[in-house]
Ligand binder design. Structure first.
Ligand code: NAD
Length: 249
């Protein structure tokens, strides 16, 4: 069954890792997808990879500067004009840094907050009126399991994800009357490039902290994004859905 038949979805950070799996899963479920990368080369490469899997996928790659509010607004408006609507926005692009508070450069703190929080606000601010006009929509944010209890270094990252949860829950309330659902997915350790390159001994150590006994896959996370984007979740909003093998406790 195609859960997203004829839906138009915009996915930031869609070139690799979790975002790439979300894009592919949405395409497999009948959506048209506009994926955003940080550079032309990575956006083009992701589109080529997807077209190689299925030449019928309706996918386009773009590379707006997500931390420029005006550019984001213009990009969202031009997508809506071209496709006639935007049904789903996935704010997945994110950065992490493990700096210690004892030598945390404020510029590095700002960098994490800008992409993980401000950019999400810019995109939602631009897309909400379009969704309202169209009778509704779905906004999804990629949070993290560290948004629930913090982490022992790199304070900007959990701070940004706590903020993202706050934005999710608040906008769910504000936008419910316009039939726009707003949810987040909080992945645990997920097998993207960074994690798959770790030495096997370190990966084993991580597995032992996860009650389900394995590291999550990007597909595990994408499945949650599929559910939340679809009408199967029509009565779900303001939720932070953990997909972490119960590692959060
Ligand atoms: P990744 O590094 O593989 O991908 C990150 C994506 O974000 C890329 O597509 C990249 O192009 C994009 N991006 C980063 N900075 C950008 C910028 N300045 N402008 C535009 N795009 C930018 O990471 P991932 O592991 O797939 O992470 C995706 C999301 O999942 C992030 O929000 C991350 O915080 C979250 N997350 C990841 C894990 C994990 O273990 N991998 C766990 C919890 C949450």
């Amino acid at each position: 069954m195609e859960l997203l038949k004829d839906k138009v979805a915009v996915v930031t950070g869609g070139t690799r890792g979790i975002g790439f799996s979300i894009v592919k899963t949405y395409l497999d479920n009948g959506a048209k997808v506009i994926l955003c990368g940080s550079r032309k080369e990575s956006a083009d490469k992701a589109v080529a990879e997807l077209k190689a899997i299925n030449s019928n996928y309706e996918v386009e790659g773009i590379y707006p500067n997500l931390v420029n509010a005006k550019e984001v607004e213009e990009t969202i408006n031009s997508i809506a004009k071209k496709y006639g609507k935007i049904d789903i926005l996935v704010n997945n692009a994110g950065v992490s840094a493990m700096d210690s508070i004892y030598n945390y450069d404020p510029a590095n703190f700002d960098k994490v907050m800008n992409i993980n929080v401000n950019a999400v606000f810019y995109a939602i601010r631009a897309v909400a009126p379009i969704m309202k006009e169209n009778g509704g929509g779905v906004i999804l944010n990629t949070s993290s399991m560290v948004s629930l209890y913090g982490q022992p270094a790199g304070v900007a990252y959990p701070t940004s994800k706590f903020a993202l949860n706050g934005m999710t829950k608040s906008l769910a309330r504000e936008l419910a009357k316009d039939h726009i659902r707003v949810n987040a997915v909080a992945p645990g350790v997920t097998d993207t490039d960074m994690v798959s390159n770790l030495p096997e001994q370190v990966r084993e150590g991580i597995k032992q902290t996860i009650p389900l006994g394995r590291i999550g896959t990007p597909q595990d996370v994408a499945n949650a994004f599929l559910y939340l984007a679809s009408d199967q979740a029509s009565y779900v909003t303001g939720e932070i859905l953990s997909v972490d093998g119960c590692a959060r406790t």
